[in-house]
Design a protein around this ligand. Structure first.
Ligand SMILES: Nc1ncnc2c1ncn2[C@@H]1O[C@H](COP(=O)(O)OP(=O)(O)O)[C@@H](O)[C@H]1O
Ligand SMILES: [Mg+2]
Length: 232
């Protein structure tokens, strides 16, 4: 397993947000984490990344206990986090946005990102603030890549994007998957999640209420209706 959460409990002050969440991602696997707004999905990513360290339980990355390590240390070990806010520097160009986070010796360098994702190439000299939402999202994924991660955590990459643009992001993630990059994909867009992930977890009120294959979920209208608020 590249990542293993063992019964993690995460609090915001007195609020017991994650209540014993366990989850596993195998090497090269794409796992989706679904659930309604407020279910605790972002908190789960933050717990892994050390931004909201769990008070109980363990986070194992490549068999190493990383629970509660500082975020920059976790990033250096090989986990990249693409937050819902995307984290692009608005006054820097696309190239500069990549260079500023690039890790020496990473498999991907700045030029690789533009070469492999030609949709980004014409944007090289554009500043963050003049990129569209979809372009910012693709650049944010590029930023994750140049840090040389073995696992990428993505928080709702489709959020706020038009369906055609979501397709571009899905294509990009599908290519990364084909290269064997492991991903934990938080989504509200069920279709997108099922397009990419072989296994799915559903969180509700801070606990895992379903764990199974994408196929099992598609065929279970009751699950999607109760926990995702969509009817198939
Ligand atoms: N920093 C914080 N302090 C206090 N409460 C928070 C904080 N961040 C999130 N929450 C609360 O925790 C709950 C879960 O949030 P979150 O993990 O962001 O859910 P999701 O990503 O599934 O929508 C929400 O009720 C949210 O208001
Ligand atoms: Mg969230």
């Amino acid at each position: 397993m590249i990542l293993k959460l063992e019964e993690i409990h995460t609090y915001y002050g007195l609020v017991h947000m994650l209540q014993g969440v366990s989850l596993e991602i195998a090497e090269g696997e794409v796992v989706a984490l679904l659930g309604r707004n407020g279910a605790g999905k972002t908190t789960a990513l933050k717990s892994i990344m050390g931004l909201a360290p769990p008070r109980q339980g363990k986070v194992l990355f490549e068999d190493q206990d990383i629970t509660g390590l500082p975020p920059h240390v976790i990033a250096r070990l090989g986990i990249a986090y693409v937050p819902a806010s995307r984290g692009i520097f608005m006054t820097l160009t696309a190239t500069e946005n990549l260079k500023i986070v690039r890790t020496k010796g990473a498999r991907w360098d700045t030029e690789d990102v533009f070469r492999r994702f030609p949709k980004l190439a014409p944007l090289k000299r554009r500043r963050g603030r003049s990129l569209s939402g979809g372009e910012q999202q693709m650049l944010a994924i590029g930023r994750a890549l140049v840090t040389g991660p073995s696992l990428i955590l993505l928080d709702e990459p489709s959020q706020g994007l038009a369906p055609m643009v979501v397709e571009l992001v899905v294509d990009m993630l599908r290519e990364l998957k084909a290269e064997g990059v492991s991903m934990l994909l938080v989504e509200q867009n069920l279709q997108m999640a099922l397009d990419l992930a072989e296994r799915v977890y559903i969180l509700d009120q801070g606990a895992v209420v379903f764990e199974g294959s994408a196929r099992e979920l598609i065929n279970n209208d009751q699950l999607t209706a109760s926990y995702l608020g969509v009817s198939a």
